[in-house]
Each structure stands twice: as C-alpha cells, then as structure tokens.
Design a protein around this ligand. Sequence first.
Ligand SMILES: *[C@@H]1O[C@H](CO)[C@@H](O)[C@H](O)[C@H]1NC(C)=O
Ligand SMILES: *[C@@H]1O[C@H](CO)[C@@H](O)[C@H](O)[C@H]1NC(C)=O
Ligand SMILES: *[C@@H]1O[C@H](CO)[C@@H](O)[C@H](O)[C@H]1NC(C)=O
Ligand SMILES: *[C@@H]1O[C@H](CO)[C@@H](O)[C@H](O)[C@H]1NC(C)=O
Ligand SMILES: *[C@@H]1O[C@H](CO)[C@@H](O)[C@H](O)[C@H]1NC(C)=O
Ligand SMILES: *[C@@H]1O[C@H](CO)[C@@H](O)[C@H](O)[C@H]1NC(C)=O
Ligand SMILES: *[C@@H]1O[C@H](CO)[C@@H](O)[C@H](O)[C@H]1NC(C)=O
Length: 669
Amino acid sequence: MAAIRSFLILLCSITAAHAVTVYNQVPLRAHPTSTSVTDTSAPSASSAYTGLAAYDTTRLNPPAAPSPLPANQFGVFLMPTSDMVQGIGIQTKSSFAGLSIEMSVTNQVLGKDSGHINVPFLNFMALLAERAGEVVIRVGGNTQDYATLVDKTPNGGILGKVQEDTANPTNTPTLVYTEDLLYLMGNISSFLPIDWFLGVPFNDTQNMHMDIVERGERILGERVLGFQVGNEPDLYARHQHRPEDYGPQSYFQEFGQWRDAWNNNANVQNKSNLIGPSLALATWTMQQVWDTGFLDTYQNSLSAISIERYPADNCAAHYAGVGTPVNPQDVIGNYLTHQSGVNIVRDILNSTLLAQQYKKPFIMFETNTASCGGFPGISNSFTASLWGLDYGLQMVYSNFSHALFHVGGQNVYYNPFTAAPTNESYFHQWTVGSLFYSLMVMPEVLGKSNTAQVVDLFANGANDYTPGYAIYENGKIARVALFNYMTVSAGGIAYDATIQIGGGQSGIPSTTPQSVKVKYLLADSVTELTNITWAGQTFGGQFETDGRLLGDEQIQTVQCDTTAQTCTIHVPAPGFALVMMSDEAAANSEATTTQTFSTTAVTKTANTAVADASMIAGSNGHSGKDRSSLGSTSKGSSGAGKAAGVVPGMTILFTALFGAFFFMRAMSS
Ligand SMILES: *[C@@H]1O[C@H](CO)[C@@H](O)[C@H](O)[C@H]1NC(C)=O
Ligand SMILES: *[C@@H]1O[C@H](CO)[C@@H](O)[C@H](O)[C@H]1NC(C)=O
Ligand SMILES: *[C@@H]1O[C@H](CO)[C@@H](O)[C@H](O)[C@H]1NC(C)=O
Ligand SMILES: *[C@@H]1O[C@H](CO)[C@@H](O)[C@H](O)[C@H]1NC(C)=O
Ligand SMILES: *[C@@H]1O[C@H](CO)[C@@H](O)[C@H](O)[C@H]1NC(C)=O
Ligand SMILES: *[C@@H]1O[C@H](CO)[C@@H](O)[C@H](O)[C@H]1NC(C)=O
Ligand SMILES: *[C@@H]1O[C@H](CO)[C@@H](O)[C@H](O)[C@H]1NC(C)=O
C-alpha cells in the first residue's frame, strides 16, 4: 500500500532557538598571526582578519609571470581516435569529481535533519547531477573514526560532540550521531542521483561497531557504494591513536578483523564493499601496504582501493610544534603550475596500474589544496579553480576512478560552498568557493557518455604554465582542455593554440572540423575570489548564492581555417578553454534539465504555508536565463536582505525576500 509522507524543506531555520554547535576539521582560530608572517611585503589583510576562514576575503598578489615567458602560439596535433594515442588513460565516468564531506559538518552542509535539507546544497548538487548523471559523496574523515551511533544526542540534533581529542593535530571531536543522519542522506538521494561512501569507526578493534554498516545498508540500500575501513592509518601513530610501532602489518591485521566482522554479521548483506587502505602517504608508502599481501588477501572484500592526498598542509598556522607557518603569498605559485598535479600523482602511478590488475577502482578519497584548512587567498581564489581542474584531469589521465574534494566547516578556506553562519542564516545566503567551478566544469570536460579517456598533451613543449589535455569519448576525439596559469597584470600573456586533427602526422587524413564551440572559465586574475565566470555564468560573491547559476550562458563559435585544416583557440591570461571538437561532443557537455530547488517561493509565515511539488517543477530549466529571472538570486536583493537583517521585523522581511520554501512530496513505499 502506498503511504503518503510529507516533509518540509526549509532554506533557513526561522525558529532557530539554539545555534547548532559547529564542529570543524581545525580549531576555531585565525590563520597566521602577524608575528608569524615574516614577509611584510605580502598583503597584510590576512593578519587582520579574525573571522571564520570560509568568509576571509584576503587577496594575494598574482605571482610574477615566468621568465622566459612561454611561447604565445603553439600547435596541438590530435589523433582522431584513442587507440592511436599512446599512454591514454582508462575510461572514466562523468561523475569523476565528487565531494568528501567531513562527518562532523554534515549538519551545516546537508541539512539540519532528514526533514530539513539545505536547498542551496541541493541546487549545487543538481548542477553536478545534470552534467554528470550522478554525484558521488563521501561522508567521513577524521571524525568518522570515533563516531558513535546514539538514539539521541545531547542537543537533540543529528550530531553532537562528546570530547576534544587533543592528541590529534587535526583536533578531531568525538562525534555522536543519530540514525537520522542516514535518513537525511537517503532523502537527499530521493531527489537527486547521489551515491554515498561511508566509513566505520576504526578506533576500536576490540569492540567493533558495525551500526553504520548495518543501518547504512538498510537505510541507503544501493545508494551506499562502500565503507572506508581506516582513515589515514599511516597517521594513527603520529596522532597517538595507536602505539608508536603501528605499521602497515598492524593495519593489515586490523583490516582483517573488520573483514571478519563483516562476514560474521548476519545483518550485513553485502560482504564486498570495504575500501582501503586510504593512506595519507605521510609515513608509509603504498608499496609497504601491498607488501603485506593486502590486495591478494582482501580482494574479494574490497570494492575500491583508496588514498588521501593533499599537496601541502597549513597545520603550522594552527598548531604549535609543527614548524613555521607558511606565508600563502610564498606558495601560491606552487598551485599555478601543471607540476602540482603531476607531483601529487607521481608516487601513486604504479598503484593505479596495480588496481587495474585487480579490477578495482582507485579512488582519491579525500583531497584539496592543503590539509588543515587550506590557505587564504589560494584555496578560495581562481587559482584553486584552475588547479582543481588541471589536477582532476591529471588524475583521470593517471587512471583514478574518482576524486573526492573535501568540504570542511566554516573554519576552512577550501570549501566548494559554505553555508552562512547559523546566527546569520536569516539574511545571508551561501558562499560559493572557487573550487566549485572546477567540480562543475569537470563533467562537461569529460562528457556524459561515461567513456571519457584523457591524455596529457604536454602542450607547448610541456610548459608548466600552459598545459592541455585531449579528451576522447567512445574512442573518438571529443574535446580539448587548455589552461593558462599566467595573469596579465603580473606580466603574463594570453596564447593561441592551433588545433589540428590528423593531417601533418604519419599520413593520417585531416578531420579538423569547420568550426568548434568553446566555453571559457575566466577571472581577471588568479587571485580573484568571487568574480569568476564559466561560459558567462557565475554564482556571485560572498553570501550571494542559493546554488543556482546567474546570467546567460555564452558559448563561442570559432571558425576554423578550412584550407590549413586548423582551429585557433585563444586562451586569456588567466583562463581555461574547453574546446568541443564536434556537435556530438558539444551535446555531451550540455547539462540536461533536471529539477532545481527554488528558494524564492514566498510564503506568509514560516510554519503554515506548504507548497506542492509543482512549485519545484516551475523553477526547472537549465538555461541561465530561466534561473536569473528568479528574483532573489540577484545580488541586489541579497544586499537588501543583509540590511534587513539588522532591523526589527527582520523575519517577515526575510520571508518576503527569500521565502521559506516548503513543499509536500508524495512518496510511495
Ligand atoms: C526521509 O526521512 C524520514 C525520516 O524523517 C524517513 O522516514 C524516510 O524514510 C526518509 N526517506 C528516505 C527516502 O530515506
Ligand atoms: C573508540 O571511540 C569511542 C567513541 O568515542 C569510545 O567510546 C571508545 O572508548 C574508543 N575506543 C578506544 C579503544 O579508544
Ligand atoms: C556490494 O557493493 C558493491 C559496491 O557498491 C557492489 O559493486 C556490489 O554489486 C554489491 N554486491 C551485492 C551482492 O549487492
Ligand atoms: C612503485 O614505485 C615506487 C617508486 O618508484 C617503488 O618503490 C615501488 O616498489 C613501486 N611499486 C610497485 C607496486 O611497482
Ligand atoms: C593508465 O592505464 C593505461 C592502461 O593500463 C596505461 O597504458 C597507462 O600507462 C596508464 N597511465 C599512467 C599515467 O600510468
Ligand atoms: C554571528 O557570530 C559571529 C561569530 O560569533 C559574529 O562574529 C557575528 O557578529 C554574529 N552575527 C550576528 C548578526 O550576530
Ligand atoms: C568582473 O570581471 C569582469 C571581467 O572579467 C569585469 O568586466 C567586471 O567589471 C567585474 N565585475 C565586478 C563586480 O568586479
């Protein structure tokens, strides 16, 4: 019998009696103080800012352009089919880039509980889903290792905090959570094709807690893709979570205990969805784990092989005794080079080959610009947009199957999106992070056929400032991705890449098209924080987004030289160009229309009005035109809302401006 259930989705909690306790990957503290930032020539705003990292507007200077400058014109010769391309990566899914959400901030990011899903979150996910067909999200991180299922948390919410784990430099709180967190995830997946990775509390092999596996499987069904068994085990000893001599063999044994627990648990149906070893590559190598016999012993239990890597850390800014804090201005250049991604994957390449032998996906389970929260002015600027795309494509080329970019709390710089602080959620919307542009562009680069194969072009004589990739779909050349890491105001130059398919090489006939379509990811400088556009569309600035794109989509058509059989593509400094080499390739990059979730429905009072699902249908449409017509997403009204926040009657004004959004959804079960 069909049961009708209703629930509410509420953009912002109008009634918030208590501020929800906020947990973060790093402690509440400002980043480097003025005394620890030694280079006084660097912008000093960061030493003045003491608010939450996610809203820090510190801007750095773009690094000086390389000397000598790269050539500003070069050719790109492409083979028409992937079987002619030596060393090309294996096929990957369009949903390659996903999210890793720290378990302790799920109530900030996903929603308050199963009845209150954050609408901006749904909208951001809808943008990914309509491009990639699905979104993969891992809920976990340091906090999963101590997370305990309870019937009720002290504050009554889905999450609660029990104690500080002061031994851990990432200062992980011990978490309690209720089953409703899993229902929240399940309800999110009932709106959008979102699949989840979870993790077990690995801290205690004497008393193994399988609740998350039992309930996760029961509540999320096929939406749960697997369970991480151990999170960065090569850091356990350093963080004093295990004895000092805890080594790869110790992890191998404990993994076996969990494997046995799985096999012996009658409440767990799927015995082959464990994921490991999730090294941080901090103190062990992958090879040391392979040497224990890990893959041969556990191959029937493993659904994927995992690793967690950040190219740098900003821990010294937050903890004493871990070195001198890094001045972000000194390291921004490290991210504005093709070498960054190449260096991260270098030590992992023979393990991704090994994964192919064992027929297992190899997943970058957690990554971002820098651990311990990222760097101000880097992790949240256009630098991260370009870096995330280049690094992501480097991972595809290197035979990874997914890369999950980490989302921390409001105390980190690298979030792809951040909710307004709880006490300000009446009048502020969300803040997009520059990395969200990378996540959104990635499936367009790969195309929706789920057959993408990527090759690094070593473009422009393998220049680190002007990298490029070719993308093949169903074995045929589909797209070219071109980066320019330089900034004009710092002496950088735009370039023109002249693309040719076949012809000029080994007697292969030319199949260069007559014209190509091009989409650009642009900002004026690599240090720009908010004025970033993808094909002319943007999410606006701080506190200005409800997760929908603003503006009209602009796709350029470039006429090719039909005599020379070449297409010349201009790439600004800085910038990224996606060149669609055929109509089919362009079509595969287009977002399909899926539902977006309106936050503009005006309701009279927060607790009475209920709109039906047709309200959502009315806000559908993937063109920027449709979306930008939805009034409250404009910058102007957000500013009005901000002003309104400080005057009496705020709630009513807020409701009129942004609306609390409710609807009833009929579900049969
Ligand atoms: C949504 O959450 C409610 C609990 O609030 C639960 O009863 C329902 O089964 C959930 N739906 C899904 C699809 O998980
Ligand atoms: C593991 O974590 C849980 C939850 O914090 C705690 O109750 C338990 O004592 C821990 N076990 C060990 C061995 O530290
Ligand atoms: C178990 O989970 C894995 C990973 O999601 C999946 O590939 C496999 O089909 C599942 N097996 C069963 C028996 O459901
Ligand atoms: C992978 O490469 C590293 C470094 O080159 C080497 O030490 C290790 O033995 C290799 N492992 C495998 C599985 O080939
Ligand atoms: C990716 O896998 C393919 C197929 O096994 C292989 O030819 C290629 O060398 C691998 N790429 C890298 C960078 O290891
Ligand atoms: C919200 O809390 C933050 C941090 O405590 C504070 O800086 C800010 O002023 C508060 N906002 C309002 C509107 O009270
Ligand atoms: C955003 O950048 C564009 C150029 O990329 C510029 O024309 C525009 O004025 C900028 N907008 C703001 C608000 O700074």
